[in-house]
Design a protein around this ligand. Sequence first.
Ligand SMILES: CC(C)(COP(=O)(O)OP(=O)(O)OC[C@H]1O[C@@H](n2cnc3c(N)ncnc32)[C@H](O)[C@@H]1OP(=O)(O)O)[C@@H](O)C(=O)NCCC(=O)NCCS
Length: 190
Amino acid sequence: MANFRRFRPDDLNKLSKCNLDPFTETYELGFYLQYYAKWPSLFQVAEDDEGNIIGYIMGKLESSPDVYQFSEHYLPWHAHITAVTVAPQARRLGIGKLLTQQLEAAADANNAWFVDLFVRSTNYKAITFYKNMGYSIFRVVKDYYGDHSSDPSQSTEDAYDMRKPMKRDVKLEHIREDGEKYEVDAHDVW
Ligand SMILES: CC(C)(COP(=O)(O)OP(=O)(O)OC[C@H]1O[C@@H](n2cnc3c(N)ncnc32)[C@H](O)[C@@H]1OP(=O)(O)O)[C@@H](O)C(=O)NCCC(=O)NCCS
């Protein structure tokens, strides 16, 4: 049985059940606190009966900086999933889906056009998870991982930028049927 609630700062020392997973990024502590301070409704955790964090989702609301408003890569107001992870022993129980649905509800409440995320092109399980939740590939960001890595020795890997339209996008103007064909350079992603 999992209990869902907003993230609290004292959860930071309880993330290891999730963060030991190789597909889960671990950030500087201040990075988590910034999300907590700015977008608390988009930072949710799932805890087990003993208070262990067995899943969390961390997201933000933003648009591209105004200076890029005439760029083809400009992103209008949207929610972004920075991290979603479920501890290996708690997977396939619907926890990831519920966390993502909570973030989508917050995105709709904030009038976002879409929810987007980056996922490694080899993270097949997560790609299936997102596709089954209604996300599709919007573009392929070449060499995103490695280029954006703190470890320069890490070999590069493409990211899929995946999107799901929110209620505001009635005409489905912000998604693509054939996003796999659109390749962008990692430097064009802000
Ligand atoms: C991706 C992840 C968050 C999914 O969490 P989860 O709680 O296990 O997912 P759910 O139980 O909510 O799954 C919902 C649906 O997604 C699909 N799905 C989830 N995991 C899957 C897998 N391993 N293989 C195939 N389909 C999968 C299924 O359709 C599933 O429904 P079903 O169980 O009724 O068939 C989890 O595997 C994880 O933490 N992975 C490591 C971190 C990661 O890759 N995060 C994403 C980075 S962008």
